[in-house]
Ligand binder design. Structure first.
Ligand SMILES: C[S@@+](CC[C@H](N)C(=O)[O-])C[C@H]1O[C@@H](n2cnc3c(N)ncnc32)[C@H](O)[C@@H]1O
Length: 219
């Protein structure tokens, strides 16, 4: 077993948890396999446990409008869309057109074509064009921009709405003072501090997978 202090959950416990969690829908299992075959960084995908958590959070909230920043191959978009109201929409933004094409095939197969609106381009430019208000925002794009995404989106989240940010433990590098020299770690560290002291929100840093920051906008 890995003795690294940065391993949040032992691989054995992780495997047990997966074995006792509802199976992924067939389309997501295929998407995951295809992501491993056809992309260079398959570890970016949310995966079974985190995907199920996103799905269940969305099903609890029953959102009308979701925004995802960072589509990749579409795994988390499909999970989050599971909780949408029948008339609800999920907007998802991805800078890499190849990933948009990859994801759109699976989003169509999942029967979500009419509910998922895909945007190709830089989230910093696209977010200001989106109307909102959003019930859930999932931040999962480049780490150095997390605080900027927060500032761009906070006024477009409804009071009592939710923001979830992935990778907020960043493989444990948030604890490593030297690692703050690297832009991504510095981005995550700055985001965690910023959110934690922001008067408009309350927050929970959930040590699941690579750290999910769950943020609720106060009413
Ligand atoms: C961690 S992956 C997203 C994983 C996906 N949400 C999931 O859980 O399956 C991050 C994605 O953000 C995209 N990205 C990076 N910078 C971006 C930007 N400035 N605007 C939009 N997308 C960006 C990357 O191309 C990559 O596909």
């Amino acid at each position: 077993m890995d003795e690294s202090p940065y391993v949040l959950v032992s691989p054995l416990i992780e495997a047990y948890a997966e074995a006792h969690t509802t199976d992924e829908p067939e389309v997501l299992a295929r998407l995951r396999r295809d992501t491993h075959l056809r992309t260079h960084m398959p570890q970016m995908l949310s995966g079974h446990l985190q995907g199920m958590l996103l799905r269940m959070l969305s099903q609890m909230i029953r959102p009308g409008m979701i925004l995802e920043i960072g589509t990749f191959t579409g795994y988390s978009a499909i999970c989050l869309a599971a909780g949408l109201m029948p008339t609800g929409k999920l907007h998802t933004i991805e800078i890499n057109p190849e990933m948009v094409e990859f994801a759109s095939g699976y989003i169509n197969e999942a029967g979500l074509k009419s509910q998922v609106i895909m945007h190709t381009g830089d989230a910093m430019e696209i977010i200001p064009t989106l109307p909102g208000p959003f019930d859930i925002v999932f931040i999962d794009a480049n780490k150095e921009n997390y605080t900027r995404y927060f500032d761009l989106i906070i006024d477009k989240i409804r009071p009592g709405g939710w923001l979830i940010a992935d990778n907020t433990l960043w493989y444990g590098r948030v604890l490593d003072k030297d690692a703050e020299n690297d832009k991504e770690t510095a981005g995550i560290v700055a985001f965690n501090k910023y959110v934690h002291s922001h008067p408009a929100v309350e927050n929970l840093l959930l040590p699941v997978r690579d750290g999910l920051m769950v943020i609720r906008k106060k009413e």
